[in-house]
Design a protein around this ligand. Structure first.
Ligand code: ZN
Length: 376
């Protein structure tokens, strides 16, 4: 019942009976408990034709606060959210020289948690949970493999644990981003969505919506080969999608273009912003974005032909930065490279969660824990 209210919004006791198949008495008892615990509140009346008006119930945003941490390749971002995932405060630490050692990075995260809780006047010891999205794989024993950060079996959870009082949850950032777009973003209502995470690295989550929640699994979309004998990729292979549409790959291509004016900005994220600005008129910057759109379109077309999703969502900071400039060209490339009858059933959209999407995704881990396993 709580998941139904959380993911689908206000509902009456009668709606909850229909959605769960529980008896009227059971629904009434459970609602009484949820209201007493402060998770759910009454939210006005719904007129029903002829009959008695029904009381609507909704989750209470103020019930708890959660933290989401985005360990990116170019920044660490810590967000504080209420438990319906509205942002209360954020702190961002740029990392332009490849990122610090895991111990120092854990220190940045704990400093970030202190900063956002202080900004919002919250108590860091009373958080419902802390979710951390990492650009790699989290093994069942908690060790993290993240080649892009140079991590091989790093016990990151163990490094954070002594410094935080709330329950910790670590997972792959593409998977958590997928969950966030399905819950709160451009994936709402989709049955099978693929959420691409565009940053320095490129990944994707395949998310399946169902009445009682969303499940998502990650794929190494960025390392699917789209050109035989193509550009060298940091995974050791050649011609991977990431070697064409990852942030550093895009900048590398631009900087190697003869006659391309230098981008007057420091750091990958600011350089991408400068490139998008420069692409407003014709020239090497516009050509670079056009080439990026073509390869991105090929990558999306491959997803459509393989998995026939009803929605493909491009998310992550790189998508926020260049998505609006390239989307029409990406859609055009998708149309040319996918089978028409497959593409007809697929919508291609940009993510709607903006720059905080990955941190918000990480915060869903703490909420998901409560929805699936209960707790306090
Ligand atoms: Zn690769």
């Amino acid at each position: 019942m709580l998941t139904r209210l959380y993911l689908h919004g206000p509902a009456s006791r009668f709606d909850l009976m229909l959605a769960t198949g529980l008896s009227s008495a059971t629904v009434s008892n459970v609602v009484t408990g949820l209201v007493a615990d402060g998770l759910v509140a009454e939210a006005g009346l719904l007129d029903s034709d002829g009959g008695r008006p029904r009381t609507l119930l909704e989750v209470r945003p103020g019930y708890a606060r959660v933290v989401g941490v985005d360990i990116g390749e170019t920044h660490v971002q810590v967000g504080l959210f209420d438990w319906t995932l509205d942002t209360l405060a954020t702190a961002t630490f740029p990392m332009d020289d490849g990122g610090p050692e895991p111990e120092l990075l854990a220190g940045l995260v704990t400093a970030g948690i202190e900063e956002v809780t202080a900004k919002a006047g919250a108590d860091s010891a009373a958080l419902l949970g802390i979710g951390v999205g990492v650009p790699g794989t989290v093994l069942p024993d908690g060790l993290v493999h993240a080649p892009t950060l140079g991590w091989s079996g790093v016990p990151f959870e163990g490094l954070l644990r002594p410094h935080v009082a709330a329950p910790l949850h670590l997972d792959n950032c593409a998977r958590t981003l997928g969950q966030a777009e399905m819950w709160r973003g451009a994936g709402r209502g989709a049955e099978r969505a693929i959420v691409g995470l565009l940053a320095v690295g490129v990944g994707a989550a395949v998310a399946t919506g169902s009445p009682d929640g969303v499940t998502s699994t990650t794929s190494e979309w960025g390392h699917t080969v789209i050109e035989a004998g193509g550009a060298a990729c940091r995974c050791g292979s050649h011609g991977c999608l990431e070697a064409y549409v990852g942030a550093e790959a895009i900048l590398g291509h631009y900087e190697r273009t003869p006659g391309a004016p230098r981008l007057a900005a420091a750091g990958v994220e600011r350089k991408i912003a400068a490139l998008v600005d420069a692409a407003a008129g014709p020239g090497p910057a516009a050509d670079t974005l056009h080439r990026t759109a073509e390869y991105l379109g090929i990558g999306v077309a491959n997803l459509i032909n393989l998995l026939s999703p009803d929605r493909v969502i491009l998310s992550g900071w790189l998508s926020s930065a260049l998505g609006p400039a390239v989307l029409p060209a990406v859609r055009d490339a998708v149309r040319r490279h996918s089978l028409a009858y497959m593409a007809e059933g697929t919508r291609l959209e940009l993510g709607s969660l903006g720059h905080e999407a990955v941190a918000l995704g990480a915060a869903t881990l703490a909420v998901h824990g409560l929805l699936t396993a209960g707790g306090r």
